[in-house]
Every structure is written in C-alpha cells, then in structure tokens.
Design a protein around this ligand. Sequence first.
Ligand SMILES: Cc1cc2nc3c(=O)[nH]c(=O)nc-3n(C[C@H](O)[C@H](O)[C@H](O)COP(=O)(O)O)c2cc1C
Length: 197
Amino acid sequence: MLYGNDGLDELGILGGINEVIATTEMSGRINAAPLGIIRDGESLYVRLFLGTHTYENVLTNGWFVANISHDAWLFAETAIEDLEAEYFTRREELPVLKEAEAWGLFKCETFATDIIIAKVELVKGEVLRRDFRACNRGANLVIEAAVAATRYLALRTDSYFEELMKMQRIIDRCGGPREREAMDRLMDRIDRFTHVR
Ligand SMILES: Cc1cc2nc3c(=O)[nH]c(=O)nc-3n(C[C@H](O)[C@H](O)[C@H](O)COP(=O)(O)O)c2cc1C
C-alpha cells in the first residue's frame, strides 16, 4: 500500500492532466465517471462541473477513488452511462473498478459553487497490475471522442459533432475491435439524444 502524495509517481499520476475514472458512492450506489486530476509539481487539483453525480458525491463525502486504466472503452462508457455493479470490486472497503491497474483514494476540500476547483491529496493507493501496450491512436482518440461527446450532449454545439465524425474515421482505421465498439456506442447514444431533442 502506498500512503500520501509520495505515492503519486508510483501510481502513474504525473505532471499535467491525468485522466482517471473516479469512483464515488452515495447511499450504497457506486458511480464511475472520467475525471482529470491536474498535477503541478506537488499540487493537485480537480475541476468538477455542476450537475454530475461525481460533483454531488464529492461535495457530500469529500473523497473519490481514482482508477488508473488505459482502457479507452471504459472511459467512453463511464462518460455517458452508468456501469453495472459487476464492474466494481472493493479494496480496503473502497469502490474500485475490477479492471483498474492501480487505484488511489483522494480526499478533497470542496465548497459548493457552479464549478468546484478542489485541492486534492492522495491518502492511500495500490498498484494492482502493471500493464503495457503499444500506443494506439484509435484508443487515444476514443478518450478524446468521449470528451467531445459529453460536451456535445451538454452544449449541442455542432463543431463537436463534426469533430466526432472525423475522429470516428480514424478510430475505424487505427483502433482495434474494442475501440471501434466504444466509438459506435458513443455515436449511438448521441443519435438517441439528438432524436429526443
Ligand atoms: C476524458 C474525460 C475527462 C473528463 N474530465 C472531467 C473533469 O475533470 N471534471 C468534470 O466535471 N467532468 C469531466 N468529464 C466529464 C464527465 O465525466 C461527464 O460529465 C460524466 O457524464 C459525469 O458523470 P456522472 O454524472 O456519473 O458523474 C470528463 C470526461 C472525459 C471523457
């Protein structure tokens, strides 16, 4: 077990924005959603936007678990859908994604506004398995597409939709089956949302 901010490097949380999947909990229900942890030297921040479960849960409980994973499919899925209970396990009683390569419990000091910018601190964490693979442009773009999809659904700006169409072409060419499926699922949801507009 790693304790305190000394464990950040070991968990792979380095300078810049670290995209993780945050698990939080409310009334026994586990929520998972992508979240960026911004690291600037030894300072760590998160920016949480109003209107999400993650915002509510972090504001109420003052913590989240960062799941470290490079599974782009999980980022796309958790960005716009809830995950079934079978995707989660418990480590030290905390909600953790079964597929996480490492996890870290972060405590945050928050106050309610439209957007929370919270200073966060690593309490403890654990490396579960070390996994490596070649870079895949399709996988990287699925994560980018998940960001564009959440913005498109929130703001309905056409430029995000155009970006998504471009990204889909590259994902089809460079991604594997899992990346292509993740992108198809994102686009299906966007279609469904657009039709109920
Ligand atoms: C890669 C990625 C990074 C994201 N980072 C953040 C973030 O730092 N803060 C935030 O509020 N939302 C972020 N989002 C958007 C949320 O994940 C999205 O609004 C999600 O639907 C919230 O789900 P929830 O209601 O289950 O919490 C990010 C999305 C993606 C795909």
